[in-house]
Write a protein that binds this ligand. Sequence first.
Ligand SMILES: C[S@@+](CC[C@H](N)C(=O)[O-])C[C@H]1O[C@@H](n2cnc3c(N)ncnc32)[C@H](O)[C@@H]1O
Length: 173
Amino acid sequence: MKIYQPAEDSYLLEKYVKKYACRKVLDVGTGSGILARAALEKTSDVLAVDVNKKAVEHVKSLGINAKVSDLFSNVNEKFDLIVFNPPYLPADEKEDEDVALQVAGGKKGHEVIERFLKDAKKHLNKDGKILLLFSSLSGDIEELMKKYGYKFKKLEEQSLFFEKLYVYAIKLR
Ligand SMILES: C[S@@+](CC[C@H](N)C(=O)[O-])C[C@H]1O[C@@H](n2cnc3c(N)ncnc32)[C@H](O)[C@@H]1O
């Protein structure tokens, strides 16, 4: 299984992780660990998770606290900041499995994000925040944020060749 190599999405979110990280931070879908490392510049209490065992081994080898988890399946604590650069594109049947895990968020592109939003609230401390990245191809994520009881603010959007990327700060209503 390959490890996602940092790209525009990672760098866009990294900028805000450096700004928002405080106290206890969870990096979901850590991949290369780029966002966990950014958080560690601000706080020493960072947990990184990924479904990809290889990514977890790699991040652990960097000295970062990490474990295998399908979103929150293996996470019991609450956090002050949860960051997620998810697989956010609609699945392409021709894609190989490795690539799909990294970039495809389900048939419509937002299934993984929806599962994340549904469970994330149970893992937020009082006044805790989420930093979420997604794309203009991910579907109506604002609608999902409303559905699961969050309020949100768009922090930045970046136009790429065939899509726009968005970074949102999210908290419970
Ligand atoms: C777009 S990559 C982002 C990697 C890294 N955070 C970055 O910004 O470069 C998405 C990551 O989410 C992981 N992932 C996919 N589905 C997941 C799930 N259900 N639970 C945890 N991690 C998942 C993938 O293995 C991949 O490492």
